[in-house]
Design a protein around this ligand. Structure first.
Ligand code: ZN
Length: 689
């Protein structure tokens, strides 16, 4: 007899395991589809009960009831996300495609339910007369805003128009994604003469030969094109005409006038978004989209960018001059072009800092980095401790589970790590919840950190790069945001915050990787146990400020394009993509000939299809916040329990229960400033010049 009731489906009922950890040893792929269906049916019935309640709306019978709804669906969703992203297979992938439109329709059925919105609207209009604690008040305002942003207030005719525009946006986004994939494939550079690949390693040349074989042009070499404007091979190709050809192929990949030319799709997408915003009562898509973000308005984003552009471009111009003088010393006889930048920058870097990734790897053994680095820093700052558990089921043998205890010994949650690369795992690294903290639901957090670090051969230590070390600290920063969550309502809990705030805790946590006390504890040679030599530590620190004029300028140019496209009013005529891009960059002083945007408009996947429309700035915005927060730590004695507790109390434990700007001001004692961010990138002196 199963422990899971008559259905036998372990997803239908709450898990009997500690912290309601998913019973991964009981769940089979077949359980998901019926559990999703049941979860959606249950939640729709719960929403119907709220709407049909004859009693007048109260916070308790409407908003709290909505927060309690959908618990089965949430449970299924979290378990499914974990498996389909980190340990997938054909059955899960098929279900993923089949379930996505159903989940979208389910979400619409709630947010565009007129009876439900009417109750929320009534409560919202009486909000000053209701007796609500601050978190309940925040939930009322937040949910009301989310419903309004989705179009709950529109007439049925306008809602129909909005839905049609949303659908056109969704299908054009999908078309753009497919066009771009094909365009990037077609843009790959085919080389007939091996000498044109001089400078690449033999492994890279072998890979290029293999790529040619796969395309049935054996005997040649193929250099594929990656997402960004600059291409990895440009750093080492010595043959200048090859560099130019590869760069031009990248830059014009989606502008060849063929079926994969994306310019018609993106100009229409910009137009659709302006019309959607107009229907929703806003002057532009950016104005609509930024409402629930920390920045709040396009003007705030523009003012932020305007403060960064002079420092970044001044430094980029100096870097260009450095590169030009190197070219001249080598009697190159040409002016530096974008396809020369990475090649010469790499030579300057090697000459100046003289260290390679493989010099530091022996000091970064994964388990030591986790226990004596990531966990150690958290213990010093927050007093939390960790005990590995071997009694809880995992979805793959590489997964490890730790129980997390608070500074007073109270249980805080479960932490799963799944660090090694697998073929059935998505790329990159991420944090996810398996269970979200909520006092209302009586749940404590269960959190995963997933990575793609190389798995060592049996019996060998897992040595990782410094980038991977930073990734571990980063993802654990997200985890702390989840563990320290102290919310009543799940919609406001932990990491459920704005896009331009959510990267603050993880980026902040990265700093502890290079803290002298933390580094001394974990960066020990895996054989000798010797600490990393101080000279090597210094080189690592100094290299962090190299080439930052270019790095920041190319991001700013991409941010500029995102904001320009999404600030168009609905009355604007459809744009010529090339003219619009060039004039937008020129108007912002970001048209440096040697520093093209990190993504040009025609291949800017983030903003056209990946949810970052009017949001690419968030990466830089959170960098400002976290650098400024870390500067506070530096001003107040760094790695101490008292400092950690303050950061936890004022930021990490708050979820989305307070206005973001207020939260930050309460911690920092003032508005955020960009000085620390510029200093970290080595750009501060450029700001005044
Ligand atoms: Zn992150």
């Amino acid at each position: 007899m199963s422990a899971f009731g008559r259905s036998g489906n372990p997803l239908i009922t709450p898990s009997p395991l500690p912290y309601q950890a998913p019973p991964f040893d009981q769940i089979t792929d077949r359980d998901f589809a019926p559990a999703f269906e049941q979860g959606m049916t249950e939640q729709l019935a719960e929403v119907d009960a709220i709407v049909n309640n004859p009693a007048p709306p109260t916070f308790e019978n409407t908003l709290a009831a909505l927060e309690r709804s959908g618990q089965t669906l949430t449970r299924v969703h979290f378990a499914f996300n974990a498996l389909s992203s980190a340990n997938t297979n054909d059955a899960l992938q098929q279900l993923q495609e089949a379930i996505a439109p159903k989940l979208a329709a389910h979400a619409d059925a709630i947010v565009l339910n007129p009876g439900l919105f009417k109750r929320i609207e009534t409560l919202h209009s009486h909000r000053d007369r209701l007796v609500l604690d601050p978190e309940a008040r925040r939930l009322l305002e937040y949910q009301h805003q989310q419903f309004v942003m989705a179009g709950a207030r529109l007439s049925p005719a306008n809602q129909a128009q909005l839905k049609a525009l949303n659908q056109e946006d969704a299908s054009l986004s999908a078309k753009f994604t497919n066009q771009l994939l094909a365009a990037a494939k077609d843009a790959a550079l085919v080389i007939a003469d091996r000498s044109e690949l001089d400078g690449l390693s033999s492994a890279e040349i072998d890979a290029a030969a293999l790529a040619a074989t796969e395309r049935d042009i054996a005997g040649r070499w193929v250099l594929a094109v990656v997402n960004t404007t600059q291409q990895p091979a440009l750093e080492s190709l010595t043959h200048r005409p090859t560099r130019e050809k590869l760069f031009r192929a990248s830059c014009t990949r989606a502008e060849r006038g063929d079926a994969n030319d994306t310019r018609a799709a993106i100009t229409r997408l910009a137009e659709i978004r302006a019309h959607r915003a107009q229907l929703l009562g806003h002057s532009s898509y950016a104005a609509w989209r930024l409402q629930d973000q920390m920045a709040g308005t396009s003007e705030a984003v523009e003012a932020f960018l305007a403060r960064l552009v002079p420092a970044a471009t001044a430094r980029a111009r100096r870097e260009a001059a450095d590169i030009q003088s190197l070219i001249d010393r080598h009697r190159g006889g040409f002016h530096v072009e974008p396809w020369d930048w990475d090649f010469y920058a790499e030579q300057v870097r090697k000459a100046r800092y003289d260290f390679e990734a493989h010099d530091v790897k022996p000091y970064f053994e994964l388990n030591r980095v986790l226990i004596d680095g990531v966990f150690y820093a958290a213990t010093r700052l927050y007093g939390v401790t960790f005990t590995e558990r071997h009694d809880l089921p995992v979805y793959h043998p590489d997964v490890r589970v730790f129980e997390v205890f608070d500074h007073d010994g109270a249980p805080l949650g479960l932490f799963y790590v799944d660090y090694f690369k697998r073929d059935n795992k998505n790329g990159g690294a991420w944090m996810d919840n398996l269970v979200t903290q909520s006092t209302l639901l009586g749940t404590k957090p269960v959190i995963t950190n997933v990575g793609n670090f190389p798995k060592p051969a049996a019996g060998q230590p897992a040595l990782i790069s410094f980038d991977d070390v930073i990734t571990m600290f980063h993802e654990f920063g997200h985890a702390l945001h989840g563990f320290f969550a102290d919310q009543m309502y799940p919609a406001l809990s932990g990491t459920a915050v704005a896009r331009d705030f959510v990267e603050l805790p993880p980026q902040f946590n990265e700093h502890w990787a290079l803290d002298p006390q933390v580094l001394a504890r974990y960066a020990l040679h895996h054989e000798s146990g010797e600490p990393m030599p101080p000279a090597l530590v210094d080189k690592m620190r100094q290299a962090a400020t190299f080439n930052q004029g270019y790095a920041l300028t190319e991001i700013l140019a991409a941010v500029r394009l995102d904001m320009a496209w999404h600030s168009l009013p609905a009355t604007a005529p459809i744009q010529d993509a090339d003219v619009f891009e060039a004039s937008s960059l020129a108007a912002a002083g970001l048209n440096l000939p040697e520093v093209p945007p990190r993504y040009r408009s025609s291949y800017f996947l983030h903003i056209w299809a990946n949810g970052y429309a009017a949001g690419y700035y968030a990466y830089l915005w959170t960098e400002m916040l976290e650098e400024d927060a870390y500067a506070w730590f530096e001003e107040h004695g760094g790695l101490t329990r008292a400092n950690g507790q303050r950061f936890r109390d004022l930021i990490l434990s708050k979820g989305n229960t307070e206005d973001y700007a207020t939260m930050f001001r309460n911690f920092r004692g003032r508005e955020p400033q960009i000085d620390a961010m510029l200093a970290r990138r080595g750009l501060k002196t450029a700001a005044g010049k």
